[in-house]
Design a protein around this ligand. Structure first.
Ligand SMILES: CC(C)(COP(=O)(O)OP(=O)(O)OC[C@H]1O[C@@H](n2cnc3c(N)ncnc32)[C@H](O)[C@@H]1OP(=O)(O)O)[C@@H](O)C(=O)NCCC(=O)NCCS
Length: 195
């Protein structure tokens, strides 16, 4: 990976630093992009915002993201970064970041957006003729749990029955082992991971 950012030392008089990188193959050809923002909050907490990770299609599903994420998190822990935030979106983000253990970002507006979007995806999926009756029942059950959580007066996170992104992506039936992955792929939600 090559770093294209500025050469100034991190946080030299700034509240945030943007790392804008290109990912190259062994011959140096550009095969993807990565953008991260490191933001220092008023209380001194530093948060890593994962703005973008995108690989050319032929380089996906080969484990790059799994290893890159593991290495990044180890570095963040050493650097005192306590939280990662992201918008799980594009083709695979909704599925990939649910599998990677991200939970719902607690910010109320974004949480509402995330849960309503995923609930709508579940609703559409329950109409699909590509799922079995057992799958449909599971999908409806998850959707009901989200809708019930959305009725909580303070925050949906107060509902212990709110499914996590991980629980959703792991949905499966005997005939549909990848049901949750199919559903979460293409969803758009805001996530956080606490280190
Ligand atoms: C999201 C993205 C960056 C993930 O990166 P990636 O390097 O493809 O991710 P990984 O290879 O680590 O993991 C993806 C899958 O490959 C599998 N995998 C990982 N290593 C593997 C290996 N050595 N052999 C076979 N499969 C492997 C993982 O288990 C996972 O499979 P699953 O989805 O069936 O569970 C990439 O798919 C991408 O660029 N997508 C389009 C852009 C996008 O959606 N970005 C997210 C924006 S928020």
């Amino acid at each position: 990976m090559q770093y294209r950012g500025s050469k100034t030392p991190p946080f030299a008089g700034k509240r945030s630093v943007v790392m804008d990188g290109i990912i190259t193959d062994s011959r140096g050809a550009n095969i993807g992009a990565v953008v991260r923002t490191f933001r220092r909050h008023g209380d001194g907490e530093v948060i890593a915002e994962h703005d973008l990770l995108e690989l050319d299609e032929q380089f996906r599903d080969k484990g790059f993201s799994t290893i890159f994420t593991k290495m990044s998190e180890a570095w963040y822990r050493k650097a005192g970064i306590s939280r990662i935030q992201l918008h799980a979106a594009l083709d695979d983000g909704g599925k990939t970041w649910a599998q990677a253990g991200y939970t719902w970002l607690p910010d109320l507006d974004r949480l509402d957006y995330s849960l309503r979007g995923v609930s709508e995806r579940l609703r559409l999926m329950s109409y699909s003729r590509t799922i079995t009756d057992e799958g449909r029942e599971l999908v409806e059950h998850m959707r009901t749990r989200i809708e019930e959580a959305l009725k909580q007066p303070r925050t949906p996170l107060d509902d212990p029955d709110l499914p996590s992104p991980q629980e959703l992506v792991r949905m499966s039936t005997e005939a549909e082992p990848d049901l949750g992955r199919r559903i979460m792929r293409g969803t758009s939600w805001y996530g956080a991971k606490y280190l």
